[in-house]
Structures are given as C-alpha cells and as structure tokens.
Ligand binder design. Structure first.
Ligand code: UD1
Length: 366
C-alpha cells in the first residue's frame, strides 16, 4: 500500500489532481491518497468552487499560506509542509504543474529523502523570466519520477541529462478531467446567464505578469481586443491580479466602452461550458491551450513562447505574441475561416486515461 501526499495550491492544480486522486481511491488496496492544499489560492472562486465542481475530497491538510512575494510564499509553504511530511512519512509526494506550491513541496521532499513524482514534467518555454519556467526546471531536477504529457517533454528532460528510467510518458491528466466533466458542464447555465445562447462569441483570459503588470503591454492588448470585439463579442472572466490592474491602470472605461464583457472568475464547469461553445479563445493560460486543442477550438496564445508546442503541431493553437496588429490579423483570419481544418488531431495519450497510467507508473517504480 503506497501512502501518497498529493499537493495542490493554485487554480491550475485542481483539475490535474482530481482524476489522480479518484483513480487512487478506486485502487484502494494499492493506494492511500492524502491531499495537501497549500492555500496559495484561497478565494472561493479560485479554489473552493473547483473542489465542488471536480468532486475532490476535502484536503487532509491545509497550510493556509495565502498570497505573498515569490520568496515569502515559497518559504512559507516549505516551513508549513515540512512537519506534515515528517509526521506522515509518505512513500511518495506527488506534485503537479509549475506553480510555487510545486517547487516548494518538491524541495522539502528532496531534502528529506522522500520520493517525488512530478506530473506534467519536462515542459519548457525557454523563457527564464517566467516564474513557472524556474519552477519547472528546478522541480524536474529533483524529482524521482517524471511523468510527461507529450514526447517533446521527454526530449527536453533527456537533453538536461535526466536518465530515461525516470521518465514516463503518461499523457495529459488535464484532459482526463476535461472528458470526465464535459457532460456535467452541460448543466451550467452560464451561456444563458450571459445572454449568449445561439450567438457567436469569443472567450478571453489574461493573467501572466508579463501581460497584465505592464500598463503599456496590457493597454496594447486591450486595444487589439477592442477591435476584435467589434467583429465578435468577447467574454473576459478576469483573474484577481488582472482585475486589480484594470483598476490601477484606469482601464475600466476602455473595457466598458467596448464589446469586451468583463465577468468574475468562473468555476471549472461554468468555464468549460463557456469556452466549449465559443468560436475563438484568446489566452495566455497554459491549460487553456491544451483544452482548446482537445476540443478543436481555435486558440490564439497572447505570448511570445509556449511550453506546450504540441498544441501548435498537433492542435489548434497559434502563438501570436503581444503585438496588437499581429493579434488582430490572426483573429480576423480565424474568424473569416468557415471551419477549422479537419486534419487537426488530438495529441497522443490525451485520451482520458492518464491518471490510470500515473498510478501504474507509481506502483512500478516503488
Ligand atoms: C499562479 C501561478 C501561475 C498560474 C496562476 C493561475 C505561480 C508562480 N504562478 O499565478 O502559474 O497560471 O496561479 O491562476 O505559482 N489572488 C487573489 N485570490 C486568490 C489568489 C490570488 O486575490 O485566491 C491575488 C492576490 O492579489 C495575489 C495575486 O492574485 O497576490 C497573484 O496570486 P499568486 O498565487 O501569487 O499568482 P498567480 O498570478 O495567481
């Protein structure tokens, strides 16, 4: 019986851990899964609602660290998590993704000699100004089992000197959650509530510091989006960081006077219902690049790079950067197409069964 501490902290972690914990509970003679929530995200809309929508059991440990600078947040997670590991003596600690909670918990375990499994290992944007890129590189360097979503990630890890026996290509656990929840999401009334039924619309998310912390870049993006809004209305569920900066930079009027509809952050099922019916997604999120690829929805990524190149080579993602003219051109091109080409395929092993392969990999490596 393997005792596994499963770590969650921030919004993009919840949909990754949900199918893993479900599969571990199903294999009750092999696994004893516990959940640790670091509290990196704490608002009801950023955390609690995801536990409800995804049917995740209540955390066994809640570290309640909250927001702070990167150093303070990472250090707080470490000091709060170390006693949990010492008391629980797990066989494995499983971390997902690339947020501060991921590296903080992995680092605690590396020093205590507790085995770490990293889900979504090996992704690289090659942009070290992104805090997530630092988290990815460091977490992979100290993990014992590197579970990858795509084969380019395996290649990245090998190029960094990771031995093949530590790498296991298991597919994309985020797509497990997507396929599991699609039917449930049909009960959401979000399209009706936003008066979108029977209408064409686009969906926008923006939260990367590089896009929303610089008034000039954020302003340029909004100008491009205002023009696109004249062709197709845009729904914009805004992250707390983004909302705060809209106020700080005085952009509320820029948005209010456009066809961009600013709404509160949505729960997992409401958001799925929203983007799954859209004509176009514009985003700087990592997860959404994958979700749109799985559903063959055109996605424009408003970044200069992506750690998920498979969504471009095997999916619907187009990297358009942050230049307003380029974004407008790309959006108009997509909107002028009758339909997206049918030769787009879903990447290998994005099949809804990644959690099962993760459990098998843990058993085989124990
Ligand atoms: C974090 C992750 C990022 C992920 C994003 C998804 C890191 C380095 N970044 O960024 O990879 O894509 O989550 O959302 O781990 N805040 C609230 N309520 C909350 C949480 C945050 O209001 O529940 C506000 C606070 O003002 C906080 C700010 O959002 O200072 C940023 O939160 P933080 O967790 O530091 O980073 P994110 O930008 O959310």
């Amino acid at each position: 019986m393997l005792k596994v501490l499963n770590i969650v902290g921030a919004r993009p972690n919840f949909m990754k851990i949900a199918p893993i914990v479900r599969e571990m509970r199903r294999r009750e003679t092999d696994f004893m899964p516990l959940i640790v929530h670091t509290g990196q995200h704490y608002d009801a809309a950023m955390s609690d609602s995801f536990f409800v929508d995804l049917g995740i059991p209540q955390p066994d440990f809640h570290l309640e660290v909250g927001s702070a600078s990167h150093a303070v947040q990472t250090a707080k997670i470490m000091t709060e998590f170390e006693p949990v590991v010492l008391a629980e003596k797990p066989d494995w600690v499983l971390v997902v993704g690339d947020v501060n909670s991921t590296i903080a918990c992995a680092l605690v375990c590396a020093k205590l000699g507790v085995k770490i499994a990293h889900v979504e290992a090996g992704l690289r944007s090659r942009d070290r100004t992104m805090p997530e890129e630092i988290n990815r590189i460091l977490t992979d360097a100290i993990s014992d089992l590197l579970l990858t979503t795509s084969q380019d990630a395996d290649e990245n890890l090998k190029a960094e000197g990771v031995t093949e026996d530590k790498i296991k290509f298991v597919g994309n656990v985020m797509i497990d959650s997507l396929f599991y929840s699609l039917k449930l999401a049909e009960n959401s009334r979000v399209r009706e509530d936003l008066d979108l039924t029977g209408k064409d619309y686009a969906v926008l998310t923006l939260h990367r510091p590089s896009n929303v912390d610089e008034p000039q870049i954020f302003g340029g993006l909004l100008d491009a989006l205002r023009s696109i809004g004249e062709k197709i209305p845009i729904v914009f569920p805004a992250h707390p960081r983004t909302k705060a900066n809209i106020e700080l930079f005085g952009y509320a009027e820029k948005i209010a006077s456009s066809q961009i509809k600013l709404v509160e952050p949505l729960g997992y099922l409401d958001f799925m219902r929203l983007y799954s019916g859209s004509k176009l997604v514009l985003t700087d999120s990592g997860g959404l690049q994958e979700e749109t690829t799985a559903l063959s929805i055109p996605c424009l990524t408003l970044r200069e790079n992506t750690e998920r190149p498979i969504t471009i080579s095997h999916g619907t993602n187009i990297l358009v950067g942050t230049n307003p003219e380029r974004i407008k051109r790309a959006a108009f091109e997509v909107l002028n197409q009758d339909s997206i080409s049918n030769d787009k395929k879903i990447p290998p092993l994005w099949d809804g069964n990644a959690a099962e392969r993760i459990c098998v990999a843990l058993l085989e490596n124990s």
